[in-house]
Design a protein around this ligand. Sequence first.
Ligand code: FAD
Ligand code: NAD
Length: 408
Amino acid sequence: MIDVKTPNVVVLGAGYGGLVATTRLHKQLGVNEANITLVNKNDYHYETTWLHEASAGTLHHDKVRYGVKDVVDNRVNFIQGTVSEIKRDEKEVVLQSGETLSYDYLVVALGAIPETFGIEGLHEHAFMISNVNGARLLREHIDYQFAKYSNSDEKDESLLSFVVGGAGFTGIEFLGELTNRIPELCREFDVDYHKVRITCVEAAPMVLPGFDKELVDYAVAQLERKGVEFKIGTAIKQCTEEGIICQKGENDPEEIKAGTVVWAAGVRGNPVIEKSGFQEMRGRIKVEADLRAPGEDVIFVIGDSALVINPEIDRPYPPTAQIAMQQGEVCANNVAKLVKGETNLESFTPDLKGTVCSLGEDDAIGLVFGRKLFGTKASIMKKVVDNRALYMIGGPSLVLKKGKFKIF
Ligand code: FAD
Ligand code: NAD
């Protein structure tokens, strides 16, 4: 009898893409068909799409995360570890601990990191919204700024000055939460609300570049009403201990003093991709239609690590959780097919249902199935979207445990 080895399927990353892929692979592959291993830095998954709330302190960080083992079957071998490199020739994954894992099929779903475009001082002085640790640090820092201001005799108003770099979806969603939190902080620390300054600096000529103008105008008006000053067509050039230097066109550079600078100006793929020698563009791999990396028979790449071109505009689809989860499903189907010896792999085509951008817990804008939504309706839709992501990964029990149900 021929001894056929059970193949090892290894999934890297327990974010949206990795968890959908893992749960679907477990459903499709029996115990004798494949060993499934999931590797993730933490023993928990976090809702990246809720991190702006944890960062501003409007939602506790424990609400935005749940244990990986709560949603993944015991048959999946879960390893808490940090991937440092993929050795494609050896078909091995190297972890920071020095441990190596061999794979027959690999799913790379390691997400993204903030893109700093080499701007001086950002890594040292700016806060970024990209994981639970960063969110916790930013929330603590914001509280501390208020406490420090209250406790000082010589009032340094830069402690109450906040700069958000980038008016993309992350920057706008964070501003929505921050502006809801500020009045609460002012009351808690006996600070005059009018002393607080919030500036959003955006390099492009409009807020939320490319999004529907009527919705953008609504968002800007709402945030301005809550105290945000927008500097549009103005690029951050440097971040310092005292704040930022920015520049509008050919004008002279301007300094904005700020005790808190939040950099929310885009993402690039996980550095493991570059380190592992894949052909990449800003850390993202332009995948084939079946989600495999070019020239690779057994390596699939999904989520923010992957790049898929929208043929209608010949530009990449924006990296979103919506796409990551859809890719997780197609990728699981394709890996299962290969394991079963089938060769008719599925092609991935995003099924975009729309975009909803929150402006705080009670307000939002959205373009869903072609319909524009504002205010409460959009905000309810945002909660539906957030709960749906929970449902797709952990079913109704996870929705009941972690879901958002507060409707106004
Ligand atoms: P992630 O969900 O980020 O998961 C990556 C996983 O890999 C994490 O668990 C991480 O810990 C792990 N990991 C990373 N490096 C390593 C390593 N070296 N070793 C081991 N594990 C590692 N998209 C939407 O569609 N709708 C939204 O409303 C929305 N809101 C957003 C709000 C914010 C504030 C932000 C920042 C993003 C938002 N996005 C939204 C974008 C969305 O969050 C991402 O596109 C999505 O998270 C990508 O999923 P992923 O599976 O590729 O990566
Ligand atoms: P983004 O790339 O969408 O926006 C970044 C913004 O920063 C851009 O408007 C850009 O012009 C600006 N910028 C770049 N360099 C700058 C500089 N030097 N100074 C000032 N501004 C500068 O990035 P993001 O907002 O971090 O979003 C990342 C991804 O996550 C996107 O794909 C987005 O669609 C997705 N996302 C979606 C939602 C949602 O659907 N509600 C929420 C957050 C993020």
